[in-house]
Design a protein around this ligand. Structure first.
Ligand SMILES: [Zn+2]
Length: 271
């Protein structure tokens, strides 16, 4: 084996991208020609989905081969302009071998509302997905998009793109897509418990600690530390939290303040 990375064949990558594209479309994660998928098949080679095509009806010959600069190597169709953010994930995190991007309804609603998904409520989400931050809004297809996600590529497995959608990655395309599924599933549970039922039990910090240990044993080193609940006092039942609209307003304000501070700091660094 050469080096540490083991790439799958181009043939295999094309087949897998078509399969994942169909699953993405069938699960209603994309409308019309939205979404994109890519797999790294060599140090400087990526197979990605083309622009202007429904991801549910692709054949292997429609896919495009590009280099890490985004230049087309071969293919009748052109790569999506959104592939820039995929390339940035590969650049920032060498362990990543595949990236998926879609607009799943509930997760994207959180991205529109400006609410990050970082609360520990589901063991699977803590282990396989981890915290999902929100990258600042950027016009789709522009260079601002890869710049907005860059800070999250190493320590996270997924990111919400403000007012746009979701981006997930992994050691292979199945893992990247499973993270997209977990993200939408987790966002849906969050919506039902916090907004419809209005009450929820958060995992305690001890419970989260055990899950994070398990995650490390599984070889997953990214995902951050989800927000957990304090341990219940001996003899007392754990406190069920009741959603208050104020919680969200405060969180949104905090998010905006963080984003503005980031922007100011980056402007200062440039100047
Ligand atoms: Zn998009």
């Amino acid at each position: 084996m050469y080096g540490q990375q083991k790439y799958i064949s181009e043939f295999e990558a094309r087949k897998l991208i078509c399969q994942i594209g169909k699953r993405m479309y069938d699960r209603n994660y994309v409308a019309a020609n939205d979404g994109n998928i890519s797999i790294k098949v060599g140090k400087n080679t990526v197979i990605c989905t083309p622009t202007g095509v429904s991801k549910g009806f692709m054949t292997p010959d429609m896919l495009v081969k590009i280099n890490m600069k985004g230049e087309k190597i071969s293919g009748k169709l052109n790569p999506s302009s959104e592939v820039k953010m995929h390339l940035r994930v590969y650049e920032e995190n060498e362990e990543v071998m595949a990236v998926t991007h879609a607009h799943p309804v509930v997760a994207t609603s959180y991205a529109i509302a400006g609410i990050k998904l970082d609360m520990a409520i589901l063991p699977e989400a803590v282990v396989l997905l981890g915290n999902v931050p929100i990258a600042a809004y950027a016009t789709p297809g522009t260079q601002e998009v890869p710049d907005s996600i860059a800070p999250y590529c190493k320590d996270h497995n997924a990111v919400l793109l403000a007012n746009h959608g979701a981006l997930t990655w992994g050691k292979d395309v199945i893992e990247a897509f499973h993270r997209l599924e977990s993200l939408e599933h987790y966002a849906t549970m969050m919506m039902y418990t916090t907004r419809v039922l209005g009450t929820y039990n958060q995992l305690t910090c001890d419970q989260v600690g055990t899950l994070v240990e398990l995650r490390t044993k599984m070889g997953i080193n990214a995902g951050g530390q989800p927000v957990c609940a304090p341990e219940p006092v001996a003899g007392e039942a754990p406190k069920t939290r009741v959603t208050e609209a104020r919680d969200y307003k405060e969180e949104m304000i905090q998010n905006i303040v963080e984003k503005v501070t980031e922007k100011i700091l980056s402007q200062m660094n440039k100047g």
